[in-house]
Design a protein around this ligand. Structure first.
Ligand code: AMP
Length: 227
């Protein structure tokens, strides 16, 4: 099972992808996380990407396409993967369509998690993560079990993403509308797109996704006019 999760920043793609990884053992390929790790390690790729990320701009297509092509070839991806944050442009989607058959793979589903911009801003404002292991948290929706201590590694240091600042977020939303939303028509045309209302609680979004991927129930299309 290979899938793409589409959604604006803060829509909950990462949360759902992580859950699918834990419960269904699909490899979670978050291009944002891959780039941030590369920055932390001081690698040439990270150095190249950092200024784009900090400005809320997109990293150039050829860099992203090469990065994902390398990763998808790895043996652990043969049992299925979730792309989170890729593709983000039509050029990336077309490159993925060329790349997958050459590796004997294809895309089974594209799921868009739709959320209104006002809610997205609120969600992003509360995000933070562990400075050590990078586990993500939210001031309202996913607090640490013990205040100020990471549930996973026990660290007491936390950071906020440099690109979660209000001005940068605006730019990221604009790019999502301009560059990524055209992918909805692209995947609709291939009849593999499902839209899910991301305002629902995390567990409801999760079970809707599970029904689509692993069950027989029909998924109700989202009625909101969200991003
Ligand atoms: P994310 O964690 O998915 O929100 O990604 C954080 C940042 O990484 C984005 O704002 C971009 O600067 C960069 N990025 C991640 N994935 C891509 C992609 N597929 N194409 C271009 N830039 C990307």
């Amino acid at each position: 099972m290979n899938l793409v999760l589409l959604g604006a920043p803060g829509s909950g793609k990462g949360t759902q992808a992580q859950r699918l990884h834990e419960q269904h053992h699909l490899v979670h390929l978050s291009t944002g996380d891959m780039l941030r790790r590369s920055i932390d390690r001081g690698e040439p790729l990270g150095l190249k990407a950092k200024s784009f990320i900090d400005a809320g701009e997109l990293v150039p297509d050829d860099v992203m396409i090469d990065m994902i092509a390398e990763r998808i070839k790895q043996p652990d991806c043969s049992n299925g993967f979730i792309l989170d944050g890729f593709p983000r442009t039509l050029k990336q989607a077309e490159a993925l369509d060329k790349m997958l058959p050459s590796l004997g793979k294809d895309l089974d589903h594209v799921i868009q998690i739709k959320v209104e911009e006002k809610t997205l801003v609120e969600r992003i404002a509360g995000r933070f993560s562990c400075a050590k292991c990078r586990e993500s948290y939210h001031e309202l929706y996913k607090k640490t079990k013990k205040e100020g201590v990471c549930d996973i590694c026990g660290s007491t240091e936390f950071v906020r993403r440099s690109d979660d600042m209000p001005e940068t977020i605006k730019n990221r939303f604009r790019l999502y509308r301009e560059q990524t939303m055209p992918l909805l028509d692209y995947y609709q045309g291939k009849s593999i797109l499902t839209q899910i209302d991301g305002h629902q609680p995390i567990e409801v979004v999760a079970s809707t996704i599970d029904q689509l991927l692993f069950g027989n129930d029909q998924v109700k299309p989202s009625k909101t006019s969200s991003l």
